[in-house]
Design a protein around this ligand. Structure first.
Ligand code: FE2
Length: 256
């Protein structure tokens, strides 16, 4: 899910009220072919430009299996591994619901895929972004725990009227972060890993800023969700960012 601020709808069931059937059987042959096309294109594009854990996650979760993944089959591997599961949603969910899902080890996945004519234009994140971009990292315990913790921080921050603080942490790490690995800058965030246009741009453009990631900088760095990012925060290492985020309390987040 490409996390965005949207209005909260009245749904008494909480996050569970946003879950819909994936209806995997309803994906057409062309939908599956579009997944295969996107998957092959993106893996080739990324090469070694992404953190190693991402590529390991693809293998661990067998995401290279042809066709749109069946969430039940995916969960059968993912849930015993890190306690996370995916659920289908019909589109973007409000921030409070999104963070509540994360805090419950639940990741929302759009129950649709872009059309062949719109391979690189997305009005809202589809299952390719959500599954290819996000799920590989959730195969790793420490990252999965960080994502859950961000969910808890988000719930607390929204309750305090400061949801944007948690959103920025998420944005500059899980969604659009870069990370140093073996002396090179690599893609970490799902928004980059799943993007045909922005993956190389984030690493190679001379027109953007790349600043060291810190919790304080992330919390105080605004972002836009409708353009390529003008700046990226670069983790000293993925593990360092995970450690720093896990050490962050709601009280500290609100004081930064
Ligand atoms: Fe996302």
């Amino acid at each position: 899910m490409l996390h965005r601020a949207t209005a909260t709808k009245e749904r008494p069931e909480g996050w569970q009220g946003y879950v819909v059937p994936q209806c995997w059987e309803a994906f057409s042959a062309d939908d599956h072919a579009v997944w295969d096309l996107l998957f092959a294109r993106q893996v080739e594009l990324l090469g070694s430009r992404v953190v190693a854990a991402f590529l390991d996650g693809i293998d661990l979760l067998r995401l290279s299996h042809p066709g749109v993944p069946d969430l039940d089959e995916l969960n059968a591997i993912l849930q015993p591994r890190t306690g996370w599961k995916t659920v289908a949603v019909s589109g973007l969910v409000p921030d409070d619901i999104f963070f509540a899902m994360l805090s419950a080890h639940v990741f929302p996945v759009g129950n649709f895929i872009r059309k062949r004519e719109e391979l690189d234009y997305l009005e809202e994140p589809d299952c390719f972004h959500d599954l290819f971009g996000h799920i590989p990292m959730l195969a790793h315990h420490r990252f999965a725990e960080m994502a859950r913790h961000i969910g808890e921080l988000g719930v607390a921050a929204i309750a305090a009227g400061e949801g944007e603080r948690a959103s920025r942490i998420y944005w500059h790490s899980v969604e659009f972060g870069l990370a140093q690995e073996h002396g090179e800058q690599k893609i970490l965030g799902a928004g980059l890993a799943s993007s045909f246009g922005e993956a190389h741009f984030s690493l190679e453009s001379d027109a953007v800023e790349r600043l060291p990631f810190s919790i304080a900088r992330a919390v105080n760095t605004p972002y836009r969700n409708d353009v390529f990012q003008p700046r990226y925060l670069v983790s000293e290492s993925l593990e360092k960012t995970i450690t720093d985020v896990l050490a962050l309390t709601p009280e500290t987040l609100l004081a930064l």
